[in-house]
Design a protein around this ligand. Sequence first.
Ligand SMILES: [Mn+2]
Length: 325
Amino acid sequence: MNRDKLIKQIGTFISENDDFLITSHFAPDGDNIGSCIAFHLMLTDLGKKSLIVNEDKIIDKYDFLFRDKSESYIQYSDITEKTEFENVIVLDTATFDRIGKVSELFSKDVTVVNIDHHFTNTNFGTINLVDGYVSSASQLVLEIFKGCNYNITKDISDAILTGILSDTGGLKFQNTNIEVISDVKELMSLGSVLPDITERLFSSISYEESMKVNKIASEIKLYGEERIAVAYNDQQNNPLIENEPVLMILNSIEEAEVTLFVRRADENKLKISLRSKSEFNVSDFAAKWGGGGHKNAAGMRYKGTFEDFNADVLDKLRKVVMDKL
Ligand SMILES: [Mn+2]
């Protein structure tokens, strides 16, 4: 189906229904949160009922995007009364399992609108608007709102801009193209202040958090020959609130082309963020362990200790990267 028809179909889905569940992948990031909030605010303005539910907590940093957080969002574990939703919008999520337990809130005859920008998206929705070439799910949300002639208020614009800035690393990543800049220009003309949101997303960190970041940064390991850098954190000893500041330091190391940030969540469970500055496809690599994402940014999980991970995954990565050099 062509894009205009798809957007019209989403518009019809919205106009014909009154009660929506909005969700996205666990471990929410700025694009996930921005696109969810933008959609929630728009549905509210259209006189619809809508609730954002995520398996994980949305960190306080994004509170400025909500009109009323307690009315808009609930973490799955805080739900006391289970409602079965018939109309669900899933944003920024490549595979159905990444919404986690939130799927337990779906009714049997649920309609799922899947809006995403991961090449690996499995088209799990009833309606699927998937485009791996756009920077962010938030950019697709803007396209839908424009296509449906919805009124984009400043706060909706701020949420969309937050998503775009988050997934482009503040307009610095390879996915920052003319369309991104053109959308940013449009959002600025709607009243969003680019430096203000950039500041909120990238330049603001508490003293306590900065000490945790420093600890991790001071132990980054560089494999010079393969141009791989690895950061590790044990979340139980050093509970980091956000990964982004570590990723920024890690990815700014000029001797590294591929970087890994490995977090030990709990006993024998690791979460890994992979980034690449070159043609090396970290999504393909992570797929071997059930992970995925984009060519230059992906995620995966691993069962085992950090030592197991080094012997198993990191060694393979070093070999694969060496072979490509
Ligand atoms: Mn995204």
